[in-house]
Design a protein around this ligand. Structure first.
Ligand SMILES: [Zn+2]
Length: 298
């Protein structure tokens, strides 16, 4: 089953945010939020979190450093004073770079403007330390939320260098961040992979995710895959990724022109991506980067 819109999943996990920008509240005695999202998701969060006590949420997990995964950090700091922001060391280092922070802030403010929510969101441009990470976590680290709820972290590079997956074994819930293609029109209709950092690492990470015992697969974009379909979704994601690699290599073998293959593929990819903030230019850049990497690795 594909749960597209925010809802309570079980007594421990609540899906928050929007269909495009997903966050997850994990509750034991203490609570943790997975997902740094974008600033324009925060008006929805404000409503969804209205019954949650100010001091209850102790941790925020930033799943990677891209602009659409960190824009809500300042909102969470204000809403939950003392919240500790966790991410990989690679995310921490990326977000500490002024150039990255400036770009991320600009993209978030622009998106808030475009959807008419600028007035309801914290402006990020010019804000010092907007995306500061408080603590780096790495492979195998665990946070104990009490009441038997443990949260594990796994490093899954490939989409970016800094991707962090989160697993709640007590619920068989896996949060893979963007280390899998997204669903498009149906749960088993998958978009192209997005492996901008390193294609081989992405495949390796996706294979690892396929080994988890999973009944709840909470994506960063487009909702949650539930039940037996969760594991099947990860299997399809790997197949989709390997098929994509073969197709790219086939096209390149014919034309020997990286830009041409990237343009053609980006056009197709854009038809499958349902995220307003992914522009044609951005899609070309990320597709070209991935294709160059596939060709170089072959
Ligand atoms: Zn990303």
């Amino acid at each position: 089953m594909w749960l597209k819109e925010p809802a309570e999943i079980n007594g421990t996990i609540r899906f928050l945010g929007t269909h495009e920008l997903c966050f997850y509240l994990v509750q034991g005695k203490d609570a943790l939020i997975i997902g740094g999202g974008m600033s324009h998701a925060t008006p929805a969060l404000e409503t969804q979190l209205r019954d949650i006590d100010t001091h209850r949420v102790k941790y925020l997990v930033v799943t990677h450093s891209h602009f659409d995964h960190c824009g809500a950090i300042p909102y969470f700091r204000r809403r939950f004073p003392g919240i500790e922001v966790l991410a990989t060391a690679a995310s921490r280092d990326a977000l500490a770079k002024q150039k990255v922070a400036d770009y991320n802030a600009r993209m978030n403010d622009l998106a808030a403007e475009q959807v008419g929510l600028r007035g309801e969101c914290i402006p990020l441009e010019g804000q010092r330390d907007a995306f500061r990470i408080d603590r780096a976590v790495s492979e195998g680290d665990v946070v104990d939320l009490g009441e038997g709820v443990n949260v594990e972290f796994h490093e899954v590079p490939g989409h970016s260098k800094c991707c962090l997956a989160t697993y709640v074994p007590g619920c068989r819930a896996l949060f893979p961040t963007d280390t899998t293609p997204h669903p498009v029109n149906d749960w088993n209709d998958l978009a192209f992979p997005s492996a901008q950092y390193d294609f081989a690492s992405y495949v390796k990470s996706l294979r690892r995710l396929g080994e988890f015992d999973v009944e709840i697969l909470g994506l960063d974009h487009h909702g949650v895959i539930l039940g037996a379909e969760a594991k099947e979704f990860l299997r399809l994601g790997l197949r989709r990724t390997l098929d994509f690699q073969q197709e790219v290599l086939r096209r390149y073998a014919v034309s020997k022109d990286l830009d041409e293959v990237a343009r053609e593929t980006a056009r197709e990819a854009l038809g499958k991506v349902k995220l307003q903030f992914i522009t044609e230019d951005l899609m070309f850049i990320i597709t070209r980067t991935m294709i160059r990497n596939i060709i170089a690795g072959n």
